[in-house]
Design a protein. Structure first.
Length: 606
């Protein structure tokens, strides 16, 4: 089983040497507590909690899973105690307002916490993680009374929250939601319907669960324009804040999942359950999507987490396991065979995992700064600034969520491959990473949905390519001063410059062709997203390489090994992974007819 160790050296490199988080925090309003010493203490404390409490429960939680009896869900052994320690440590309220008991630190710090927790034990992390969407919705759209009722307990972690969206007849297409909300005549509503795939919908970790539910009023228009949003607590709240009667919402079943088995994914039945409207009537979907960008970045963290954990599991095995002699000659003369790590193909798999994990971490940490700025703009009431950062984050979101989760899944499979047959055996924990990683490309919008969002919505409809042109200009500005440099830095800079120009040209070609061929967007979007991901990651690898090169140029022996490895990993990415973008380029420009010409009857089995 992989022994998780928080990668604090790489985290600190990005925070302090690549993105200058101390300066970023210094300019944020209400972030005076996010001093370098405080940030470091949070990192150390979270690392200890993750390594000593969460990681040991990862394999056992998968093996035991959750159980249900009469609508009550029991989590695996050790989860309840771990959650109590999590609450006692004040981890849930890290980035939430002080007026509700939080510490009001920047949102990005919560993301750093989530990365470590998610890598150590993704199933556990989903329980407090699902509360974030609930808290954000209540905080942004709830009445003063609703905020005072729910926020303190949610922020402390004493209560958890969910987002109840999907139903049996609809997945991403929420316009098909059928759950009903009937006015009760006293300001409340009777919520009736069934929701599926509800993560943390029922469990034994907290005393109350607050559900945010999409439902339709009796006179609601059809489609997405007729959906309202409601707070439906598991236990009703008395006037004095104590828990009252059990509401008529109950877990009907647990989903039998491929992975994340220690996370309770529930079918939730609402039978005239008492609900309280939040936001405006028939505008529930708009309210729910307010923080969807940050939620999808949270899912992108899962891709990073599984790439990192897979690497941490397969690297020690590759150093210890022996098989054959290296083709370049005997390496471990004292043994009858050489360690796997001497074989070039094994190194290819290890370096792919490392390059993806460290590249993804860089991309996500940059996006987290944008999220901080977006939240700060909301706090200052600066709508123009909020929209600017929301738009920029909206461009990153589908690439981060779609590309990083796809690559994280690939890395999880590579981790199994390094182990060979042993990777297929449960006791080693590598096949669990692959099973857990599989869901990341599906929930919060499948890769295809993210691809359509990027190309169809963000590029073509909303910005007419402006978002691409803005980002590629950033790529050009970073690469330009180094175009004449020698060595790997010069090669990487010239490659990034060429890719930026190519990305612009591709976008223009797709835009022109889409005017004549409406199916092109759907046919090309996946390859466009993957192409975008590879090129964007190249930009952030160059950013890391430049920082590492600068440190090496200044001398100093202590960190020479780290910076040298960083440069070598960057070089691997540019030579071995970035060229995959060419295949996606060719595919996205292929005629749509190769996909659409077959008559649907010919799809039948012969």
């Amino acid at each position: 089983m992989p022994q998780y160790k928080a990668p604090l050296r790489d985290v600190r490199f990005l925070l302090n040497e690549v993105f200058d988080y101390p300066a970023h925090y210094a300019q944020l309003p209400s972030a005076e507590d996010a001093t370098p010493d405080m940030v470091d203490a949070i990192l150390e404390g979270c690392a200890t909690f993750c390594e000593e409490v969460l990681a040991p429960l990862n394999l056992s939680g998968d093996q035991e899973g959750c159980t249900i009896a009469d609508g009550e869900v029991t989590t695996p052994k050790g989860f309840k105690e771990a959650y109590a320690e999590y609450v006692a440590g004040g981890w849930q309220g890290l980035s939430h307002p002080k007026e509700y008991g939080g510490q009001e630190l920047p949102m990005s710090l919560n993301m750093l916490k989530s990365e470590m927790m998610g890598t150590a034990n993704w199933s556990f992390t989903m329980y407090p993680g699902l509360s974030l969407g609930c808290m954000n919705t209540v905080f942004q759209f709830g009445s003063t009374e609703q905020k005072n009722t729910y926020m303190p307990k949610l922020v402390s972690g004493e209560w958890t929250g969910t987002m109840c969206l999907t139903e049996p007849q609809c997945g991403t297409d929420l316009g098909q939601v059928k759950t009903k909300a009937e006015p009760a005549g006293d300001g409340t509503y009777k919520i009736t319907g069934t929701k599926i795939f509800i993560s943390a919908g029922e469990h034994d970790l907290a005393e109350n669960i607050v559900h945010i539910v999409l439902a339709r009023l009796p006179d609601a228009p059809k489609g997405t324009r007729g959906i309202s949003l409601f707070i439906v607590p598991k236990f009703l709240i008395n006037a004095d804040g104590s828990l009252g009667a059990r509401n008529t919402v109950k877990a009907g079943a647990l989903e039998h999942k491929m992975g994340i088995r220690a996370s309770a994914t529930c079918v939730m039945n609402f039978d005239d359950a008492v609900g309280y409207m939040i936001a405006e009537p028939n505008k529930g979907l708009e309210a729910m999507f307010t923080f969807m960008n940050t939620a999808r970045i949270g899912t992108a963290v899962q891709g990073l987490a599984h790439a990192e954990l897979s690497y941490q599991g397969s690297l020690p095995y590759a150093k210890e396991r022996r098989s054959m002699r290296a083709l370049s000659g005997k390496k471990d003369a004292a043994h009858t065979a050489d360690a796997l790590i001497w074989h070039a193909d094994v190194r290819r798999m290890l370096l792919t995992q490392r390059a993806v994990a460290e590249g993804a971490r860089s991309m996500i940490y940059h996006a987290a700064k944008l999220a901080d700025n977006m939240v700060a703009a909301v706090g200052m009431g600066n709508q123009a600034q909020y929209e600017e950062f929301d738009d920029r984050l909206g461009f990153y979101t589908p690439i981060l969520k779609g590309f990083i989760t796809e690559m994280g899944l690939e890395c999880a499979n590579l981790g199994m491959q390094v182990f060979g047959g042993h990777g297929y055996i449960k006791e080693h924990g590598m096949e669990q990473i692959a099973r857990d990683a599989r869901i990341s490309t599906l929930y919060e919008g499948t890769t295809g949905i993210q691809a359509l969002d990027l190309l169809g919505r963000k590029v073509l409809l909303q910005t007419r390519g402006k978002c691409i042109f803005n980002f590629t200009n950033e790529m050009i500005a970073q690469a330009k001063p180094h175009l004449l440099s020698g060595g790997p830095i010069g090669t990487m800079a010239r490659t990034c410059f060429k890719r930026a120009v190519q990305w612009k040209a591709l976008t223009l070609r797709i835009m022109l062709r889409a005017n004549k061929d409406r199916d092109l967007v759907s046919a090309a979007c996946y390859d466009y997203l993957m192409y975008s991901g590879f090129v964007m990651m190249g930009h952030f690898w160059l950013k890391q390489a430049l920082a590492a090169q600068d440190k090496l140029a200044r001398g100093g022996k202590d960190a020479k090994e780290f910076y040298t490895a960083k440069l070598q990993t960057a070089e691997f990415y540019f030579e071995r992974l970035l060229p995959r973008a060419d295949g996606h380029k060719k595919s996205m420009l292929s005629p749509t007819s190769s996909i659409m010409q077959m008559d649907q009857e010919h799809f039948s089995f012969i």
